[in-house]
Design a protein around this ligand. Structure first.
Ligand SMILES: Nc1ncnc2c1ncn2[C@@H]1O[C@H](COP(=O)(O)OP(=O)(O)OP(=O)(O)O)[C@@H](O)[C@H]1O
Ligand SMILES: [Mg+2]
Length: 503
């Protein structure tokens, strides 16, 4: 679909500032459509002096009533005689109202409003309603239509769209959320039923009509700002932790005067409560990870104290092994505690894990270089913890067993390296740890391995992660490859599963 910029460029002589003015208009004219319960159209005129054509630049449907137009008419070009009321409005720069002289069955009542900027009519806004227009049935309808007419005057005077309009990232209140009409002294003249409900939430139960806005608790400054700056003002007020209301004030201007204002109000209490809950849930989860990490560190200290009292080297070594394993889990919780989400990219955990293993390489005579490649994507927290323990064991084995001589790699000219390769595919995840060391013992069989390290690895990979583990010699060259595969079904969190379409 052609944009406003395209259409003005192709069909009119409007300059960049005039186009920007029309952009501002169509970003806020939903309000006008709602107030008039009708479709609004914006027309531009071609520069051809003798026989100008009209182009439809934009269309907005009301959210308060039914649209007359299902089809998209934007971009259509009309000869003058087919839109004569619009053309008259361009010529006279005055409001024109009347029946469409089109050869269509249903008669249309058209109100054409000149959109003027710095004294020049740069476009025409047309309100189209079915004729005969039903008499406005309620006070509310009559009020809204009158307010629309006040905005029409502002369009003609070049006072709408507002200058330097306040905008919000979030959805600002709409007419249907609640509307207050206020006079130039800040007294409420009219309140829609939803606006009355909002005022009830603020504790105003009686005497709404005639009350001053400042006395309703809607905030003292919003009207003052809107009148003084002659543009919109937005304010959110909170009463205790109970009620949150957003109000959006539009001053009604006539020449140099402010003749009143409308204030759209919306009760956002529920929304804000949900925001707060989300924030506190996230902080709670982070806090839990933080505490788990602290507790693990306490356990490590206790074991370390105990280890120092032991005289048996073997027992002491065993305790320090355990301390290292606890360290790996603690790294995961520390990373999760720092992350904003409860799921974390696994690769972010690999680095600190490598550091844990590096610390256990006691002798500076055998430096080992670590090299991380690829990406495992984001994994659910429980998978992350389990996989972190598995990876630590594999890294530790490479460090412990691959380079026993202290002379670096198996080749004399290559230094000791351990690669960690992560590969995420649609069918699962592969994590491999590759070293260039001495290789596995001759008679090594994973099934028969009884060491605690590989037992942990097998139990976790096959049991908890439903995956497989293989240890093999590096195909060409020296060293060992440990390859862990985890199927994709184990890699989705509870939340992801909830979003999967049912098969
Ligand atoms: N990267 C490797 N290079 C050479 N040999 C390895 C490698 N990984 C494992 N091994 C062999 O597999 C054996 C079993 O490893 P496992 O981790 O189960 O026990 P461990 O490392 O000896 O003791 P623990 O891990 O309980 O401290 C090791 O003793 C070693 O012989
Ligand atoms: Mg081991």
């Amino acid at each position: 679909m052609a944009t406003l910029a395209d259409l003005t460029n192709d069909h009119t002589d409007l300059d960049a500032e005039q186009v920007a003015y029309l952009q501002d208009l169509i970003s806020s004219w939903g309000l006008l459509a709602d107030l008039s319960f009708a479709d609004l159209f914006l027309y531009g005129r071609s520069g051809d002096a003798t026989d100008p054509t009209l182009v439809m630049l934009s269309h907005v449907r009301p959210t308060t009533g039914a649209t007359l137009y299902r089809a998209d008419l934007v971009g259509q070009v009309f000869e003058r005689r087919r839109r004569s009321l619009i053309a008259d409005c361009f010529d006279s720069s005055e409001l024109v109202e009347g029946m469409a002289n089109e050869e269509v069955d249903r008669g249309l009542n058209i109100m054409a409003v000149p959109v003027r900027r710095q004294g020049e009519t740069i476009a025409v806004l047309a309100r189209e309603t079915v004729h005969p227009r039903e008499r406005p049935s309620s006070e509310q309808e009559r009020t809204y239509l009158k307010v629309f007419e006040r905005f029409a005057t502002m369009l003609k005077q070049g006072q709408f769209p507002y200058r330097d309009e306040a905008r919000l990232r979030h959805r600002t209140p709409r007419v249907g959320d609640g509307l207050l009409l206020v006079d130039n002294e800040g007294r409420i003249e009219f309140a829609s039923p939803n606006a009355v409900s909002v005022l009830h939430r603020l504790g105003v139960h009686r005497g709404i009509i005639g009350a001053r806005v400042v006395d309703t608790g809607l905030g003292a400054s919003i009207l003052r700002n809107a009148f003084a700056r002659r543009t919109t003002a937005i304010e959110e007020i909170e009463v205790g932790n109970e009620v949150a209301i957003v109000s959006h004030c539009f001053p009604l201007l006539d020449g140099d005067h402010s003749t009143g204002a409308i204030i759209l109000v919306r009760d956002v209490t529920e929304l804000r409560r949900r925001d707060r809950q989300l924030v506190s849930k996230d902080t709670t989860i982070r806090e839990v990870h933080h505490r788990v990490k602290n507790n693990l560190q306490t356990i490590s200290s206790l074991l370390r104290l105990q280890g120092r009292r032991l005289t048996s080297d073997e027992a002491r070594a065993a305790l320090f092994e355990s301390i290292r394993r606890i360290g790996a889990i603690s790294v995961v919780h520390e990373t999760l505690a720092q992350s904003a989400e409860d799921d974390v990219a696994f690769v972010e955990i690999v680095r600190p894990l490598v550091r844990v293993v590096e610390e256990s390489v006691s002798s500076p005579l055998r430096p080992v270089a670590f090299d991380v490649q690829g990406d495992a994507g984001v994994l659910p927290a429980p998978v992350t913890t389990t996989l972190a323990v598995v990876l630590t064991e594999l890294l530790q084995n490479a460090v412990d067993h691959a380079f026993p001589t202290g002379q670096g790699g198996g080749d004399d000219d290559s230094s000791a390296t351990v690669g960690i390769h992560l590969e995420r595919r649609p069918d699962g995840l592969t994590v491999s740890v590759v070293d260039n060391g001495v290789g596995l013992p001759e008679d090594f069989r994973l099934e028969d391995a009884t060491g605690l390290g590989l037992t942990i690895v097998k139990t976790f990979v096959e049991g908890e992660l439903g995956g497989s583990i293989h240890l093999n010699p590096v195909a060409r060259g020296n060293g060992t490859v440990a390859e862990v595969q985890i199927p994709a079904t184990r890699l989705v969190g509870v939340r992801d599963e909830a979003q999967e379409p049912l098969a």
